[in-house]
Design a protein around this ligand. Sequence first.
Ligand code: AMP
Length: 354
Amino acid sequence: MKKNTSQTSNLLCVGSIAYDSIQTPFGKVNKTLGGSASYFALASRFFAKSSLVGVVGNDFKKTDIKILKDNADISGLLVAKGKTFHWAGKYHYDLNTRDTLKTSLGVFAGFKPGLNDKQKQAKYVFLGNIHPKLQLDVLKQIDAPKFVGLDTMNFWIDSALPDLKKVIKQINLLVINDSEARQLSGEHNLVKCAGKILGMMAEYHPLAPSYSKRGNAEEGAPLKTLIIKQGEHGLLMFNQNLSLRVHPKQSNQRLPRPSDALGASKDMDIFNLPGFPLEDVIDPTGAGDSFAGALMGYLAKCDDISETNIKKACAKACVVASFCVQGFGISKLDKIKLPDIEKRLTEYKNLINF
Ligand code: AMP
């Protein structure tokens, strides 16, 4: 039976499609369907169906192909000889921190993404957590992206920082967790982290040659957005949009240097949302990816990248991600339906309204 997916497919995601072995204080599962792209697809489906770019090995189960196919466009998914990406992780008692026990790239090690014509037309692009070289390869193939988001993790900050910095310069939105933000910026304080990271994203600017291709000149759209996820505590969003916004009459003005944005907290709008309080958090795996999927799905559905709409998308994404952590792997996310999300969204609104 088809899920309640919207048919919009102007949304593309590259990321891992994995088998995960997860241990939490509440139990464990072995080699269950996971990966950044899988969670992304299952979460975005409530708003916009995504098209996936990725690879699985010939050990990938037919039942798992069916789950992806029911929720996303998988015409761009490759099945290669070898093993599917495998990640194993163990969560600490507070569930906010985890140790990676194993990362086996398997077929991702030799993967060269080749987008089909439809995928090259995507307007909303999410470069999900995977090697930054693959993220760059995918981005290069898109004709005229309107809004590009990116996720990464400590593994890639440690092992592929130069490539990661290249891709960070070409995006609109970066979604990372607090420890990754600290690691990437070398700062402890999150506001300082944000200043530095927005500085790294500085090449993306309305006067830069690539800008005319993006739709970001729209009224109200931030130049650059950083979302720092804080696990059960919610998120902090930093939008850079004030002093770097250039009036058309001043278009002969020089391009601000990246250093102009460093630590420029006066140029940042800061927005904060709490996590949805739950008493049955079981497995946080994929919370970040499902947050990103719902956020990008909502933006793609509305085709509106104004700051106000990004805030709305964040609230919806917090709610979708809250379902993800209530089951091991994708088990809960796969079962919920749009009315479940709408009901919890009402509770969430009550939580933050006073
Ligand atoms: P999250 O809990 O949102 O950080 O995402 C967890 C998912 O990321 C799991 O399903 C893993 O399969 C996947 N994952 C873990 N490590 C990596 C990595 N180095 N590259 C890509 N995906 C990964």
